[in-house]
Design a protein around this ligand. Structure first.
Ligand code: MEV
Length: 436
């Protein structure tokens, strides 16, 4: 068994690097390589976003212009490493901008958190929750909720449920409105603060006290944000799909696309990939605006399986009066203040580019990006396939790796426009034109 490094987090950055080089036999130029991506002026800011920060990890900050969402046009910032995601979103955005745009609906914005506890008494004493209990718990966190209440938020509801199949295990569920913030810190602080008052309430009520004190197990927000739902939808005349339908006629294309979505509604293997294509768009916006993409993904995938089988998050419909319609509904808890949303200079810039939207507007934009990517991906799959688009970007990357000049790049793009791209073929082609 190898030795462990003691006191690593307390070391200076230089000491950490030296220790890592020696302990893990890292290359001697490790220090220079990580230093290369440190920011000359703002590094202190980035260091503090996490722990043991050595450097920064660059990802492309791209943009998809021409997004028309609820009658407003946006240039949507997207942070993503996968080639073609931004191109696919941009193409769909431009198409839908002249075909009615994306319409969004915010169904609700309530976030939930729980205190989990064990108690030996009957659930009927706690459900419905006694009014005095609600009041005393709310009061116990008044110093924390005061500011949020002034903005129209705070604690909206509380309920207690006994776990199915686990008698004696309870969930105190608290519903929060967190307005412009995602609210994770606020929710967790409130819940942790309520733990002792919850016990105190049991102690001071004789009918509860006779069954003993509750044992608090944990307090934490839920990332299953099913009361923070957003729908984005698009609709156009079937004939308008001509721009996307490649060699198919628009009706054939619409029917094929609908079938592809129906397959993802019925089959889990396909649904996971289909939904991954949706999160290509959603996550790119979530990351660009400094929000928590793990939370967004976790909620979305659980929601996709809400009826016991994992299914597509989007639906497609062809109406009798000749319209094509697609919609996407996802749980999405986003913030425009708090966390990194304003602290990260690029996240702040992303929000500025979007006209500093409020949290619900941002939910709509991210859901529109998800639907745009979904539409583009499935449209490609049922027509040309996705490799054609990918290959052009792949070719650009290969040319870059082979140090092609701008002239060589132009000639290669032209030459490979109707040929299969592979590293070997590109290498040979460059050799050929360089030899000339
Ligand atoms: C690739 O990142 C995303 C797709 O696989 C999505 C899909 O299959 O629908 C193209």
């Amino acid at each position: 068994m190898g030795s462990i490094i003691m006191g690593f987090s307390k070391m200076s950055r230089e000491e950490k690097i030296e220790t890592l080089i020696n302990h893990y036999k890292l290359p001697r130029d490790f220090a220079e390589r990580v230093a290369e991506y440190r920011h000359p002026e703002k590094q202190e800011l980035f260091d503090d976003f996490s722990e043991n920060t050595l450097s920064n990890f660059y990802l492309p900050f791209g943009v998809a212009p021409n997004f028309l969402v609820d009658e407003q046009t946006y240039v949507v910032p997207m942070v993503v490493e996968e080639s073609s995601v931004v191109a696919a979103a941009s193409r769909a955005a431009s198409f839908w901008a002249v075909n009615g745009g994306f319409k969004t609906t915010i169904h609700n914005t309530l976030k939930k958190g729980h205190i989990w506890f064990a108690w030996k008494g009957p659930a009927s004493f706690l459900n419905p929750m006694p009014k005095s209990m609600f009041e005393s718990l709310s009061e116990s966190v008044a110093p924390l909720t005061e500011k949020m209440e002034r903005r129209g938020g705070g604690i909206m509801e509380m309920n207690i449920f006994e776990l199915d199949d686990h008698p004696g295990l309870f969930q105190l569920e608290v519903g929060f409105e967190t307005i412009e913030s995602m609210g994770a810190n606020f929710i967790n602080s409130c819940l942790e603060e309520m733990k002792e008052p919850l016990k105190q309430y049991f102690r001071s009520h004789i009918e509860l006290k006779q069954y003993g004190e509750p044992e608090i197990i944990m307090a934490i927000l839920s990332n299953y944000t099913t009361k923070c739902l957003v729908t984005s939808e698009v609709k156009c005349k079937i004939d308008a799909l001509k721009a996307y339908s490649a060699d198919l006629n628009p009706r054939e294309f619409a029917e094929k696309l609908k079938r592809a979505v129906d397959i993802a509604l019925a089959d889990t293997s396909r649904a996971v990939t289909h939904n991954k294509g949706i999160y290509n768009g959603v996550d790119s916006v979530v990351i660009a605006t400094g929000n928590d993409f793990r939370a967004a993904e976790a909620a979305g995938h659980a929601w996709a399986a809400r009826d016991g089988r994992y299914r597509s998050l989007s639906k497609c419909e062809i109406t009798e009066d000749g319209f094509f319609r697609m919609e996407l509904t996802i749980p999405l808890a986003l913030g425009t203040v708090g966390g990194l949303t304003r602290l990260h200079p690029m996240a702040a810039l992303a929000q500025e580019m979007l006209g500093n939207p409020d949290a619900t507007e941002l939910m709509g934009i991210a859901a529109a990006a998800g639907l745009a990517n979904n539409f583009s991906a499935v449209a490609s799959l049922v027509t040309t396939g996705i490799q054609k688009g990918h290959m052009k970007l792949h070719l650009t990357n290969l040319l870059k790796a082979m140090s092609a000049t701008p002239e060589e790049k132009e000639a290669s793009l032209d030459y490979f426009s109707d040929k299969t791209v592979s590293a070997r073929a590109v290498e040979e082609y460059l050799k050929k034109i360089r030899g000339k």
